[in-house]
Design a protein around this ligand. Structure first.
Ligand SMILES: Nc1nc2c(ncn2[C@@H]2O[C@H](COP(=O)(O)OP(=O)(O)OP(=O)(O)O)[C@@H](O)[C@H]2O)c(=O)[nH]1
Length: 306
């Protein structure tokens, strides 16, 4: 007598589950997510704390499926937005199978890392992995030292050094993470890369272009919404009308720039990224609006999608 089971050995070993990267702002969590997925899912920026949503990037292998949930990072909240972001992180981390704690290879472990490491004790469901990022920036000796320091933080399931820029060790990290997932069939269809809506991804691309080159206090004041998006009849062209919200008139001036020069540049960069995403030409109309103190106002936060 033969059993069905014996004829399907590969599927029975298939693993699927959720993982999240945590770590101080700017350690490379979003870049790593994009590099693992192989497509731009999360926006990245040299400004800290630019990640606002739980975005799922999906990595497919024949032995398993890894669903990456990007989070804004744990930090002490100063505004209602900050508080909502923290709630979102806690909810997310309470649910995932694996948490990858990202620590950059080129910076000594400090109070910020220790704070997050302590927070990780709260999430008992998840298996904990340390990911040492930006490895191409240091010598092999420095890397070895950092790996030692990381191993002293706690008893990790694994410690993996990677570089999202040179793509070093990305496949190793993928395998390590999938091997820690529960046995399960695939949770998403094979062609799914994210479950974020196209509109949400476009808003994020516009926010990313807007963030480039602005000073430190401004990034948190920017939110983007889409008023209208439609494909022109019989043409490979999509019209998109979007709003960039800031909190004060002075910020509006910064975004728009001298005679609108900066806004034109933002629009051009955002348009090119959106065209890459949707695969054809885009007309992008941007309007800058003031929604004063939106980060502290529950009604406005709701309207802007938080
Ligand atoms: N050299 C180097 N730079 C990297 C690497 N990964 C990310 N970066 C850079 O580090 C900066 C921060 O990257 P992000 O991916 O936005 O960092 P994050 O941790 O998601 O930041 P938050 O949005 O603040 O949470 C960007 O300027 C990236 O280009 C890497 O492997 N090597």
């Amino acid at each position: 007598m033969t059993t069905q089971h014996s004829s399907k050995p590969i599927e029975s070993e298939h693993r699927s589950g959720f993982a999240s990267f945590v770590g101080r702002p700017n350690v490379g969590k979003s870049t790593l997510t994009n590099a693992l997925v192989g497509e731009k899912i999360a926006i990245t920026s040299a400004k800290p704390q630019t990640t606002r949503r739980a975005i799922r990037g999906i990595v497919h292998r024949d032995y398993g499926q890894l669903i990456l949930v990007d989070t804004p990072g744990l930090h002490r909240p100063r505004t209602l937005l900050g508080q909502r972001l923290n709630d979102l992180v806690e909810q997310t981390l309470g649910d995932v199978d694996v948490i990858g704690f990202c620590i950059p290879a080129n910076e000594k472990i400090g109070p910020g890392d220790n704070f997050i490491n302590e927070q990780l004790n709260e999430f008992r469901r998840a298996k904990l992995v340390a990911v040492v990022t930006k490895c191409e920036l240091v010598s092999p000796e420095q890397l070895a030292e950092q790996l030692m320091a990381v191993s002293e933080l706690r008893d990790w399931k694994a410690i993996v050094p990677v570089s999202a820029v040179t793509e070093d060790q990305l496949e190793v990290l993928t395998k390590v993470l999938i091997d820690l997932m529960p046995l399960s069939p695939a949770l998403y269809p094979p062609d799914a890369i994210t479950d974020e809506s196209l509109e949400a991804r476009i808003c994020e691309l516009i926010r990313e272009a807007t963030l480039e080159g602005v000073r430190d206090e401004l990034p948190h004041s920017i939110a983007v919404t889409i008023d209208e998006m439609s494909k022109r009849k019989g043409k490979d062209l999509t019209d998109i009308h979007a709003n960039i919200f800031v909190e004060r008139d002075s910020q509006k001036g910064i975004i728009i720039g001298h005679r609108g020069a900066r806004l034109i540049d933002v629009g051009k960069r955002a348009r090119l990224e959106i065209e890459k995403l949707i695969g054809h030409k885009v007309f992008l109309g941007l309007r800058v609006k003031v929604a004063s103190e939106w980060q502290r106002d529950p009604k406005q936060l709701g309207k802007l999608g938080f």
